[in-house]
Ligand binder design. Structure first.
Ligand code: AMP
Length: 190
């Protein structure tokens, strides 16, 4: 399956994405994880991306798009993958359209995890104790949420108009959300 997982910061994309990938036997391609890894390793990409991550802003499309295109070319992605956190704006949808077209691939499903803003802040404050992500600090998180509403929501409209978006209630326990995702994917062809 070729999947995309979209949702606001703190909606549980990482947790659910990892679980789904284990279950389906496909690689989990989280652009946030990839960028953090590059920052940790001090690569050129990491050095360029870090100020954006620190501010809670989107890393320039060109950098992220190249990273995703290279990752999708690797052997383990040839039979499916789950993209977590990409695309994140309308331009990135078009980049992905072109990558998929070149490879002769199509999207199996796009999953949108819906969680109300009030609940997101509570969840992230809890996550801060477990994961220690610097961008989970209150002000940076608020910025990421704002960026989501301004830049990522228009992408959701684009997908909705194309009629390819599966919307999933991201509220409740990890188990409940996972169950909903599995149920909705049961109706999707690989
Ligand atoms: P995430 O782990 O998905 O919440 O992403 C953490 C941070 O990585 C974001 O706040 C952005 O700075 C950056 N990032 C992740 N994915 C993208 C993307 N598709 N485009 C631009 N920046 C991204």
């Amino acid at each position: 399956m070729r999947l995309e997982l979209i949702g606001p910061p703190g909606a549980g994309k990482g947790t659910q994405g990892r679980r789904l990938c284990l279950d389906l036997g496909i690689p989990h391609l989280s652009t946030g994880d990839m960028l953090r890894k590059n920052v940790q390793l001090g690569t050129t990409l990491g050095q360029e991306a870090q100020p954006y991550l620190d501010r809670g802003e989107l890393v320039p499309d060109e950098l992220v798009s190249r990273m995703v295109e290279e990752r999708l070319a690797q052997q383990d992605c040839q039979d499916g993958y789950l993209l977590d956190g990409f695309p994140r704006n309308v331009e990135q949808v078009e980049v992905l359209d072109r990558i998929l077209e070149k490879r002769g691939w199509s999207r199996s499903a796009i999953l949108l995890l819906q969680v109300p803003d009030q609940e997101l802040m509570t969840r992230v404050l809890r996550r801060r104790e477990e994961e220690q992500r610097l961008d989970d600090r209150k002000e940076v998180f608020a910025k990421r949420l704002k960026v989501y509403h301004l830049q990522t929501r228009p992408l959701i409209e684009t997908y909705r108009k194309r009629g390819v978006l599966l919307e999933v209630d991201g509220g409740g326990s990890e188990e409940e959300v996972f169950g909903r995702l599995k149920a909705i994917l049961a109706g999707v062809a690989a």
